[in-house]
Design a protein around this ligand. Structure first.
Ligand code: SF4
Length: 75
């Protein structure tokens, strides 16, 4: 799994850090750190975080949610 967070879109709501703390970590109010290649054991949590993000800032290249990696216009 490859994972990208659009940090211009991210508003620091921290849903992702709550749902997948091994992958997302919020520093201060706005600085989000994340693992761009999360372990397989965390994929389910990453999908949940992707769905829960209020501004759809999280994109992965697999999983049940729409991926910009599959969109040739975004690549
Ligand atoms: S849930 Fe979305 S908006 Fe909130 S910190 Fe994570 S990526 Fe940013």
């Amino acid at each position: 799994m490859r994972l990208v967070v659009d940090l211009n879109r991210c508003q620091g709501y921290a849903q992702c850090a709550f749902l997948a703390p091994n992958v997302f970590e919020l520093h201060g109010e706005e600085a989000l750190l994340y693992d761009a290649a999360p372990a397989e054991t965390d994929h389910e949590r990453v999908w949940q975080a992707t769905a829960a993000c209020p501004v759809q800032a999280i994109t992965t290249d697999d999983g049940p949610y729409e991926s910009s990696f599959a969109n040739p216009e975004v690549q």
